[in-house]
Design a protein around this ligand. Structure first.
Ligand SMILES: [Zn+2]
Length: 181
């Protein structure tokens, strides 16, 4: 980082990396739970970290239990308001249409994601739900932050399932990852 583009750029870049590292920590914990490893955190401009969550679709048997949705609910609870104005959401994976919709609904100001998702990505890959002017709320977004780490987590999770070496799930009451799609 020798090409100084200005202190503020460096500061923002640092903040994005720090927040994404926390989201990656959540993603790793999801993997240990036998969940597809996706993590999300929400940063409030004054209060800092107000939510961190990981994918819990299998654990909760809830199709809406994506990391971003759980983080948005946590943040709304922390603020006592559904309006997450000024907040930034960090997700290790590009948000899907459901999560992109929730991001718009909650008035989040900025979204940063790690890996792109060619199958479900609704920010840039499959759809562009956050396109400026499309709805009455505009969201800034940036992708590719710690992309390699985020996508490698997901790749190795599915590799583990294929090889039968995945040993994340501790609960035997749930079906093993092998039986999942
Ligand atoms: Zn989602």
């Amino acid at each position: 980082m020798d090409d100084t583009q200005g202190v503020s750029w460096l500061r923002d870049e640092d903040a994005d990396l720090r927040a994404m590292l926390q989201a990656l920590e959540e993603a790793r914990a999801a993997s240990a739970d036998g969940e597809v490893p996706v993590g999300a955190v929400i940063i409030h401009p004054e209060r800092g970290l107000i939510a961190k969550a990981r994918n819990a679709k299998e654990t909760l048997q809830d199709p809406t239990a994506h990391a971003e949705i759980l983080a948005i609910c946590q943040a709304a609870e922390a603020l006592g308001s559904w309006r997450l104005e000024g907040c930034s959401l960090y997700s290790t994976l590009e948000p899907c249409p459901m999560c992109a919709g929730a991001i718009l609904q909650s008035r989040i100001e900025r979204v940063v994601f790690g890996a792109s998702d060619s199958r479900w990505g609704a920010v840039d890959s499959k759809l562009r739900v956050l396109e400026p002017g499309l709805f009455n709320h505009d969201v800034d977004w940036r992708g590719g932050v710690l992309e390699t780490e985020a996508s490698e987590l997901i790749r190795s999770f599915f590799r583990g399932i294929r090889d039968g070496t995945h040993k994340g799930s501790q609960s035997s009451s749930r079906p093993g990852p092998e039986s999942r799609k």
